[in-house]
Design a protein around this ligand. Structure first.
Ligand code: GMT
Length: 377
C-alpha cells in the first residue's frame, strides 16, 4: 500500500504514535510518505520505503498568522498525485483533518478519490478542538473523514459527548514496539550513573504543560523521598519547567531532581526506572505510562480519561483522583518500600504493556486501510 502520514513531528504522543506506525508499516513492505513541517523526531529508521515531504510556509509581511493548512493541503495534493497514494492517515484533528478534507476536494476535481483516515489523539478533542474557536471546523472535518479512530474508548466517548458526530468511531489503542526496549541487564542500562545502590529511581516524561500537573509530580516525589531514598528523573521540556525548578529548590530537593530535557531515547532512559508518575489533569490514553510499563515500571497516575484502560489499579500501579498527591505518594511508597512487591508490580506492568505490543495493534490499522480501499465500511 502507499500511505501518506500527516502528523506533528515533535516529541508529543500523537507524533510519536504516527511515526512509529509509519516505520512499522515500512518495515512490513508498505510505502510510507510523511508529510509535515519537519523531519519527525522519532524517525530513526532508514528504509527505501520511507519518504519525507516537508511542508514549507513562506513568511510574508501581510500574514499575521502563517497559512499552514493551505501549504499542507497543497503539499498533500502534490504528493498524492506524484506518488499515487491510496490512503492519507492524519494524526491529530487540528489542522490536519481539515487540510486533508481540502486536499480530498481538490483531488476529486481531477478524478482522484483519496481515502482519509483521521486518528484523534486527545487534546485535539478535549482541550483545543472543542473550544468554540475551532469546534465547527473540527466537527466538520471529523464527519467528512472516510474513517475516524480514537486512541481509547474514553476519547471515543469524549468525542461523541463534545461534538455532533455522524460517523462511526473505531477505537485503536496506542502501541509499543518491544524491539526498542533494551533488557534491564543490558550494557545500555547503566543504573549506577543515575543513582546510588540504595536509592529508587522515579521518572516523569512529558511536555511539562499545565495539563500534566508537573507541580504535583514534584509534590509527590517530595513526599516519597522523605520515606524512601530516591531520585527523580524528569524527561521533556515545556512551559512549566522553570516553575517546578523553583518549587524543587524551595522544598530543598533540587539536588535529587535530574532535568534531562527532550529525548528521543525514552525507551533507554526508562530502563532503570522503579516508578513512573503521571498525575495529569487528563490523558486520552497516556502513551508515556505505556512506555514506562514496557520498561517494567509501575505507574502512579490519576484516574482521568483513558488512563484506566492502560494502568490497572493495584496490579500495574495505582490510580487516584486528580490533585490527590497524598494518595499518590502513599501508593508510591507502598510499591517502593518492599522489594518483592516492587518486583511483582514491575512484572505486572510488563505483562500489561505486552497486550499493547505493536503486533497486536497494527492489524487493526491494516483492517481499516483494507476496509476503505475495498469500499466495505
Ligand atoms: O499529552 C500531550 O500533551 C501530547 C498529546 C499529543 O497530541 O501529542 O498527547 C495525546 O496523544 C497521546 C498519543 O495518542 C496520548 O497518549 C495522550 O494521552 C494525549 N494527551 C492528552 O490527552 C492530554
Amino acid at each position: 500500500m502507499k500511505i501518506g502520514i500527516v502528523c506533528y513531528p515533535t516529541f508529543g504522543g500523537s507524533g510519536v504514535v504516527a511515526t512509529e506506525l509509519g516505520m512499522a508499516l515500512a518495515q512490513r513492505g508498505h510505502q510510507v510518505y510523511f508529510i509535515t513541517y519537519k523531519q519527525p523526531v522519532r524517525l530513526d529508521f532508514l528504509s527505501a520505503n520511507i519518504h519525507f515531504h516537508e511542508v514549507f510556509v513562506e513568511e510574508y509581511p501581510l500574514f499575521h498568522f502563517q497559512p499552514y493548512e493551505l501549504a499542507l493541503s497543497s503539499k498533500i495534493v502534490e504528493v498524492v498525485r506524484l506518488h499515487n497514494l491510496e490512503i492519507l492517515h492524519v494524526h491529530y484533528a487540528i489542522p490536519h483533518a481539515y487540510a486533508a478534507y481540502m486536499a480530498k476536494q481538490m483531488l476529486k476535481e481531477i478524478g482522484i478519490d483519496i481515502k482519509v483516515v483521521t486518528t484523534l489523539h486527545g487534546t485535539d478533542i478535549t482541550l483545543v478542538g472543542s473550544h468554540p474557536n475551532y469546534k465547527t471546523a473540527v466537527e466538520f472535518s471529523i464527519n467528512n473523514s472516510d474513517v475516524v479512530t480514537t486512541v481509547s474508548e474514553s476519547l471515543r466517548k469524549d468525542t461523541l459527548r463534545l461534538f455532533n458526530i455522524t460517523k462511526h468511531i473505531d477505537v485503536i489503542h496506542n502501541f509499543i514496539d518491544f524491539e526498542k526496549y533494551p533488557e534491564i541487564h543490558s550494557e545500555e542500562c547503566q543504573r549506577h550513573t543515575i543513582a546510588n545502590e540504595n536509592e529508587r529511581i522515579i521518572t516523569h516524561v512529558s511536555n511539562l504543560r499545565p495539563v500534566k500537573r508537573v507541580a504535583d509530580v514534584i509534590t509527590i516525589f517530595y513526599k516519597i523521598q522523605k520515606e524512601i531514598p530516591s531520585r527523580l528523573l524528569l524527561v521533556g521540556e515545556g512551559p512549566d519547567r522553570e516553575n517546578i525548578e523553583h518549587q524543587a529548590k524551595e522544598l530543598g530537593i533540587l539536588d535529587k531532581v535530574l532535568f534531562l530535557g527532550n529525548s528521543n531515547e525514552v525507551n533507554k532512559l526508562l530502563c532503570y526506572s522503579d516508578l513512573f508518575l503521571l498525575p495529569s489533569e487528563t490523558e486520552s490514553f497516556g502513551l508515556a505510562a505505556l512506555e514506562a510499563m514496557a520498561a517494567r515500571t509501575p505507574v502512579i497516575s490519576t484516574n482521568s480519561g483513558g488512563l484506566p484502560e492502560v494502568n490497572i489499579q493495584g496490579v500495574t500501579g495505582f490510580l487516584s483522583n486528580v490533585g490527590d498527591t497524598d494518595d499518590m505518594a502513599k501508593n508510591g511508597i507502598y510499591i517502593l518500600e518492599d522489594l518483592n512487591r516492587l518486583q511483582e508490580f514491575k512484572q505486572n506492568a510488563l505483562q500489561q504493556a505486552k497486550k499493547f505490543g505493536i503486533e497486536n495493534v497494527l492489524p487493526s490499522y491494516m483492517a481499516v486501510y483494507k476496509g476503505i480501499l475495498n469500499n466495505c465500511c
